[in-house]
Write a protein that binds this ligand. Sequence first.
Ligand code: GDP
Ligand code: MG
Length: 272
Amino acid sequence: MQNNPTPKGGGEPVVAQNATTHATPAAAESVKTDSANKPAPNESMNPQTTYCGLLAIVGRPNVGKSTLLNALVGQKVSITSRKAQTTRHRILGIRTQGDAQYVFVDTPGFQTEHSNALNKNLNKTVMAALSDVDATLMVVEAGVFTLADAKVLSLLDDKKPVILVANKVDKMHNKEELLPWLKSMQERFAFAQMVPLSAKNPKDIERLLQICRPYLPAGPFWYSPEELTDKSERFLVAEMVREKLFRLTGDELPYSCTVVVDKFDEEASTSD
Ligand code: GDP
Ligand code: MG
């Protein structure tokens, strides 16, 4: 599947044709099994090789980075909003599947328009998150490439694999524009892979995990398999409240608002 250069129905991954500088890491050979279909044998007790890596999620505000992270992790760990700039903290999202552990970092979007102190700090957070990753997921909206996208792209290290995630394909009116647009993207940067998808489509998310898998180096897990984030429950609760505040207040509330949790009680969970 990964060798198919033609996107089908807007959802198939596209392998970069000039990906020589971003060749799949050597570890790929040994992990290219059909492990996704096999139950992991005796995960916790097994001394066999495990794979664990850090994958940064970058992109201008509002392209769907937090939505993607939540979907990759399988639970909400990062708040999302139609309003740009809601993610202020660096959020780790962890997904463990059999012998593979993916550690994703969702970075605050780059502020490309204003350059006040807060924005400078946001950009610093983004750069710090990128310095030690095994691969970067550059998220854009399918069919769109803005000046802000170009600025993000210009900051990426072209010696590390960068996977282009062309999100929101469901919003693309004319699917025939996808292939020429992908070609134009490949001319801008030697992406290791290009993956048109919708972060809201679970099948696409599963496929993206499989595409990312070869980039995980062999090594021990950093987190226990059931951990989903490095943030405390208290932090997540504060973030959820912040998200609701954004939704309810529209433009009245500045994005620099902070929530402090004094106390919280657990109730029986609803599924979402
Ligand atoms: P971020 O600023 O890059 O973290 O973007 P968010 O994850 O907060 O998403 C911004 C907006 O895009 C939200 O309203 C999401 O619901 C929406 N969104 C994210 N992914 C998709 C997608 O695949 N399709 C559609 N139609 N909307 C999406
Ligand atoms: Mg976000």
